[in-house]
Design a protein around this ligand. Structure first.
Ligand SMILES: [Ca+2]
Ligand SMILES: [Ca+2]
Ligand SMILES: [Ca+2]
Ligand SMILES: [Ca+2]
Length: 238
């Protein structure tokens, strides 16, 4: 005679199946679960009214990345990283840039610190603020006022001489242009890369054809066109 009743084996079998199913469920959930990477929102500032642009870059030269913003209240400001990603101190670079459209951080004068490039729409100004190395920006230098209605600025070494040149997209004259940096933050005249009908809105640069030089990419808002222009290595484009 069997030592266990038949019911015992039935209960045992069912229990094993249920435990197996539970394990399978937990395993599948662990495979499909999304990691909670952005668990909480960390507010950097609420002082940038109508913020239009933001970058992370080390502006005070202490090795951590600070946050740089441009906003519709005509302000460029930066928020100092205390080393623990707290951004309590607002450092105002300027508060009277009417029609501020675009900023870009780069070392314009090749002295090792990050300067701030900007464009204002109404007065057609492309200019930069010089970093004193500690995140102070007292001096402003104009690069050009030739582009009509500047929406976007960017920096890249267009002619391959090691110095960051400046690019602009301007929506009234529909031009994509570049300006040659002499290496100390002085700039040559406007050089038109292309005139693209339909509201030149945005400009960017990258080596798209992998031949070692910086090509130029643009976006036009009016005709919904994204275009790239091949650099011959010296700043002439096709
Ligand atoms: Ca810093
Ligand atoms: Ca600099
Ligand atoms: Ca250059
Ligand atoms: Ca290229």
């Amino acid at each position: 005679m069997h030592p266990y009743p038949q019911n015992f084996f039935l209960v045992y079998t069912y229990s094993r199946s249920i435990v197996f199913l539970l394990f399978a469920l937990v395993f599948v959930r662990s495979l499909t679960a999304q990691p909670d990477l952005f668990a909480s929102q960390q507010v950097i500032t609420s002082l940038a009214t109508g913020a239009v642009s933001v970058y992370a870059t080390d502006l005070d030269g202490d090795g951590d990345r600070d946050v740089l913003s441009a906003s519709n209240d005509d302000k460029i400001a930066w928020y100092e990283n205390d080393g623990q990603e707290n951004f309590i101190i607002e450092n105002i670079i300027s508060i009277d840039l009417t029609g501020l459209q675009s900023i870009f951080p780069t070392d314009v004068d090749n002295d090792g610190d990050t300067d701030v490039l900007f464009a204002t729409f109404y007065d057609d100004k492309i200019a930069w603020f010089d970093n004193n190395g500690q995140g102070g920006f007292e001096s402003l230098y104009t690069i050009s006022t030739s582009a009509d209605g500047v929406y976007s600025v960017y920096a890249s070494d267009i002619n391959g001489d090691g110095f960051m040149d400046v690019l602009s997209a301007s929506g009234i004259d529909d031009n994509i242009c570049w300006y040659e940096n002499d290496g100390a933050g002085g700039f040559g005249p406007q050089q038109i890369i292309a005139n693209i009908a339909g509201g030149a809105w945005s400009v960017y640069s990258a080596d798209l054809d992998r031949d070692g030089d910086s090509d130029v990419i643009s976006a036009s808002i009016g005709i919904r066109l994204i275009t790239w222009f091949e650099n011959d290595g010296l700043g002439s484009f096709s």
